[in-house]
Design a protein around this ligand. Structure first.
Ligand SMILES: C[S@@+](CC[C@H](N)C(=O)[O-])C[C@H]1O[C@@H](n2cnc3c(N)ncnc32)[C@H](O)[C@@H]1O
Length: 297
């Protein structure tokens, strides 16, 4: 049976290898993080501690710091190579401002979203742009909920199953191995958020399309982004020349107006940690609030 789960160590290695060229091709990541930051500006919060989970090259760190200058920022990634880039970029982006009174220094932490190395109730805002799609939702949301303080907010983007559908179909025409990562459905993501105890969860999907002159250009970008195939059941070893020619020919059938599209199904989501520890989420998603809490309101 083919194993579709991501291989963590190979994923961390491939992201670390991608770190130095990543920013040149991270077009989708920039678009989705800008949208996520726009959505964040609608939230009335003043976080003391922010976790940028799956920080990558740290593009969002200075943007978060400028928005919440008093907040302590933690940049976390499973790939230590990415953290080194993130630190460099943060210093560069913030320049001398990072020494202003009241500014906190950036904390870097290597860590997995499925086992976050932070204490319970220690973070007010978790920001995760395009990092949770390789995680098991039940594990990552439970961990995020655990480290968040009461009233804490999670803002994230992830990828849905209609991502890279052209590439998936092109490979399916030439062999039976998984060549494209498999992503969770928005409904599974929503169920996992609710099961973790997160509340007032909101999810929606936005389609994005990137256009490329050739299939090779698209696959090269995916590799630089560290986002190429990391399924455990993937075909090991080098892909033969003939197989590559066949998949490129299959991808050509999607050419429209001179360009080859790469579709992305981006899931935008947010959820809150309950304000009071006395609150309890039932299995059906309803929230039980102790009588004394209601009387105090
Ligand atoms: C597509 S990049 C996005 C980076 C950044 N958030 C941005 O907006 O540019 C995904 C990042 O998530 C990290 N990542 C993937 N799985 C992770 C996990 N389980 N725990 C922590 N980080 C993870 C990768 O190493 C990579 O740096």
């Amino acid at each position: 049976m083919v194993d579709y789960r991501p291989d963590k160590s190979s994923m961390a290695k491939s992201f670390a290898a991608a770190a130095s060229q990543y920013d040149d091709v991270a077009v989708l990541q920039r678009q989705t993080s800008d949208e996520l930051l726009d959505r964040l500006s609608l939230m009335k919060i003043s976080p003391e501690t922010i976790l940028d989970l799956g920080t990558g090259t740290g593009r969002n760190l200075s943007l978060l710091q400028q928005r919440y200058p008093q907040a302590r920022l933690i940049a976390m990634d499973i790939a230590p190579g990415m953290l080194r880039q993130a630190q460099k970029r943060y210093r560069h982006d913030l320049g001398l401002k990072r020494w202003l009174p009241g500014q906190h220094r950036l904390q870097l932490a290597a860590g997995d979203a499925e086992a976050i190395p932070l204490a319970d109730n220690s973070v007010d805002l978790v920001f995760a742009n395009l990092a949770l799609q390789w995680c098991e939702p039940q594990l990552s949301f439970k961990e995020i909920q655990r480290v968040m303080r009461p009233d804490g907010l999670l803002m994230f983007t992830s990828l849905g199953p209609d991502t890279l559908t052209e590439l998936r179909q092109a490979w399916a025409a030439v062999d039976e191995y998984p060549h494209v990562n498999v992503f969770y459905d928005m409904h599974d993501v929503g169920d996992a958020m609710t099961a973790s105890g997160l509340q007032d969860c909101v999810l929606d999907i936005e389609p994005y399309t990137l256009n490329y002159p050739t299939a090779m250009a698209m696959m090269r970008d995916l590799k630089i982004l560290g986002a190429h195939n990391v399924n455990q059941g993937r075909r090991r070893g080098l892909t033969g020349k003939q197989l590559m020619k066949d998949v490129i020919a299959a991808y050509e059938t999607f050419r429209t107006a001179g360009q080859l599209p790469a579709s992305y199904e981006v899931v935008f989501g947010h959820g809150w940690k309950a304000a009071r520890s006395g609150q309890h989420t039932e299995a059906d998603g309803s929230v039980r609030i102790p009588m004394e809490e209601i009387q105090r309101r």
